[in-house]
Design a binder for this molecule. Sequence first.
Ligand code: NAG
Ligand code: NAG
Length: 332
Amino acid sequence: MVVVVTCAGRLPGREACDLFSGTWVVDEAYPLYDSLTCPFVRKEFDCLKYGRMDREYLRYRWKPSRCELPEFNGRDLMARLRGKKVMFVGDSLSLNMYDSLLCMLHAAAPPATISLSDVGVLFEDYNLTVSYYLSHYLVDIVTEKIGRVLKLDSLHGGDTWLTADVLIFNTWHWWPRSGPTQPWDYIQEGDETFKEMDRTSAFSKALFTWAKWVRLNIDPSKKKVFYQGISPSHYHGDEWGESALKSCHGETQPLNSSTYPSGPPPQETIVKEIIPRDKVTLLDITLMSQLRKDGHPSTYSGIYARNDCSHWCLAGLPDTWNLVLYAFLLAS
Ligand SMILES: *[C@@H]1O[C@H](CO)[C@@H](O)[C@H](O)[C@H]1NC(C)=O
Ligand SMILES: *[C@@H]1O[C@H](CO)[C@@H](O)[C@H](O)[C@H]1NC(C)=O
């Protein structure tokens, strides 16, 4: 496989088309699959099953301002990826995108030809394996005498990742964690160990480590590597022009706009600076996702008493992330 180097968001040969600037439009042909018949939606994302009543959020299609995303064709995608392995690496936002892709392919493949293997889901007719590798930080957490150490310049998951032909990476949402859900006690950079560090700066150091791994290990003529970009949350209404106390709860409409009032998050800018563009395609899904304050599970997930404005309902927004992935795979 050959990866063509392009500017951010531009498909090869179609430089006028920036896939990442646009608006959401209503399309009655959406959603791309029925979540109630897809066995791969885990409870966290299964909004219809857990009582979400409004349906408009299912009907939005992303319209780039100067072109169109391709129509999704699951059989075509599976044929292009015949005999290959696709792996999502990252936190539960990767899982969100993974479940979405499984449902999109499930809707196109005869169900009897789909099986679970120890490494993921196999679409037998196409000998295509799609898998998920959990990694909250991409870099390592090692248990040592002093406790659990998050090592900003150590990365050992890589050998497993290299078994895949198409890789989609993501990290950010676990970096701000503190208190009981923070899974490390110390953070280490070089020979120095710290109890605390600015989280965005720690994130960017880890991303440098990952970028170095990519430079050393990825041959773009053999593998396609994507970075999933920063998925935004909607806990603070003042970011989109409402009360700061407002969350995604009760939101049923996207912002009808091609810009987001609070602008890009700093982590998106960092990702754009650090990823090695000659080897990695950025799926810069931040802006399109910021506009989708209506797309989260909120209280309609299988998790009791949670208001989830970080993950996304399926069917829903991550289907469009996969459509963008499909557009880049088609173009190369
Ligand atoms: C967004 O606003 C434009 C102009 O006011 C309107 O024509 C369009 O129907 C709106 N779109 C949605 C999805 O509400
Ligand atoms: C399926 O693909 C794998 C590589 O992912 C390959 O090793 C294997 O031989 C293929 N099996 C068949 C039956 O083509």
